[in-house]
Design a protein around this ligand. Sequence first.
Ligand code: ADP
Ligand code: MG
Length: 700
Amino acid sequence: MNPFQTPIEYLKGVGLSRADVLKKELGLATFEDLLRHFPYKYIDRTRFYKIRDVEPELPYVQVIARLTHKELLGEKRTKRLVIQAQDDTGVMELVWFQGIRWMEKALVPGKAYIIFGKPTFFNGKAQMAHPEMELYTPAALLNKGNSTLQPAYNSTEKMKQFGLDSKGLQKLTATLLEQYAKDIHENLPLYIINRFKLASRATAYRNIHFPEDAAALNEAQHRLKFEELFLLQLKLLRNKVLHTQKFKGNIFGTVGNLFHEFYHHKLPFELTNSQKKVLKEIRQDTQRGVQMNRLLQGDVGSGKTVVALMSMLIAIDNGFQTCIMAPTEILATQHYATIKSLVGDDFIEVALLTGSTPQKARKVLHQRLESGDLKILIGTHALIEDKVQYKNLGFVVIDEQHRFGVEQRAKLWRKNAIPPHVLVMTATPIPRTLAMTLYGDLDISVIDELPAGRKPIQTVHFFENQRLAMFGFMKREIAKGRQVYVVYPLIKESEKLDLKNLEDGVNVMAHEFPLPDYRISIVHGKLKAAEKQFEMDRFVKGETQIMVATTVIEVGVNVPNASVMIIENAERFGLSQLHQLRGRVGRGAEQSFCILMSNQKLSYDGRIRLNTMVKTNNGFEIAEIDLQLRGPGNIEGKQQSGVLDLKIANLATDQELLIVIRHVVEDIFKVDPQLGLPENQILHNSLQEKGQGLSWDKIS
Ligand code: ADP
Ligand code: MG
């Protein structure tokens, strides 16, 4: 029996009511949860500050100062004790709102104290509320000099009422370690520990809570990060191995007529090197006899669809059926149009199946799928409904993966005795390390170049005082026959304000771009669906030149003639959203532009975001910077996963470590796919072990 699964109430000093609070407030239910409630920082009590050097950004600091003046201020609820403290560099103010009487008696003016607390500033003067006070003596000083990094734990108001502030948690953790440190077993193989010079697990847990010194703390953090990333990758890659063993795959032995015909006579352009590389990867995957599960990442317009189509042709050449599944009807319809225009009329039949396909037509489609007569089907979820049966579905393309759950993917596998190969396409680039973790069970292909001859979108950043120049630019582009998007942010909390922003903007614009020369479409969330559609249609048909919109236009409009994207209050958008919005232009033959409008005042992050957009069009570069700025927790698409709820490792800052570990784990499985070797026995156990703070059940 693993003692760390013991309910928290059984720990000495906890009991039922505190256990309840721990569970409700921080989700700490077992000994292990407490063990893995790591300090969020450490307080260094070996260091002393001079009052002159105390700054508001500092966490807890410690000064030695003489108390000079003591007074009681305020009445009843505003009553407080204020004491001035002085060293040879300055004066600071100490304040108590509680325990006033006791402190007043205990603290003696004229004497020096070791004062420890969180500095704040008031009227330019350093202040501390409720500092810890200790009479200054050489012995006390010596004691402090030895005292090491003290852990500070997250806690809540509610917990504090139960004596579970940082100090209280410290005590419980100390008790836990005292009693059970001997039960913390190693969970990594010895050869890994030796090779990477890792601290032992027990030592690491002790030092993460109560570090002997900074070096010990570093070692502990490194060990626990290593362990966390290692076990995560172990789990992900093992699933992949199991999957490979479980699911046989159809073998596409030949590249046949359809493919050659298309490649030599239909394909209107030369493939980019990236596209060729990905096709090769898919070719290899589909000849191994195991099911392919591949993620294809590439910016909008990088040419993913062509790659998908050519892979499908190979499948058909080998006697199989294929389909493309898109998350919305609009996208499905767009794919349908794209594919049809690529293959032309009498090359091969392409069919569309969505929620709004009429019953009768649907029946015919069903029959033709069952007979195997229909080879390419494009559609929405309708494709995987139970009543849709294929004769021999061999290759499935899923567009925009993050909207399809893993479960829906699995549903496809059950459509045949041998599951089809699956290619997942996404236009939201994410950094490699994130992809490795989010889609750990998929192989990853990347298209990271745009087709030749494509003109990169030119992006500039204008401040509010350059608005007239921006209007002038719009007019010149419209005079050339182009169309313009103007996008306003819409954030739930301030929806009203945002809408007002948009309306004000429209008023200014209506003045600047008067009828009948200019026409403006306006689209925002408060419009009825039909009104929205009407306004969009006018823009798509070119009846209006300007589309003013909130971010609703993110969802699948494609207007190649629109070549200017203006983003208002651009500083309020996240990087990936800015990149997505910009991707709305640059779809036609014309040079496209993006103008980022912002306030004069920008936050540090805001400035980096806008500069990044100006500097690069590369979605992967942008995603990387986004990850650094926001941390992995906020990256789009991770919601489905839960695997990013890492306790101590950080996918933004620990990328190098993750890549090293990924290779190590890959090598382990190469040599020992069953983890059957004696030295890997321990990994078997680690995988069985419940609750490494990792959400195993969410990983698949
Ligand atoms: P994605 O699906 O990645 O957004 P598409 O496959 O729809 O991109 O391609 C965008 C456009 O670029 C399409 O019109 C397509 O025909 C065209 N295209 C794709 N590959 C190339 C290429 N190698 N050279 C020129 N044009 C290409
Ligand atoms: Mg596409």
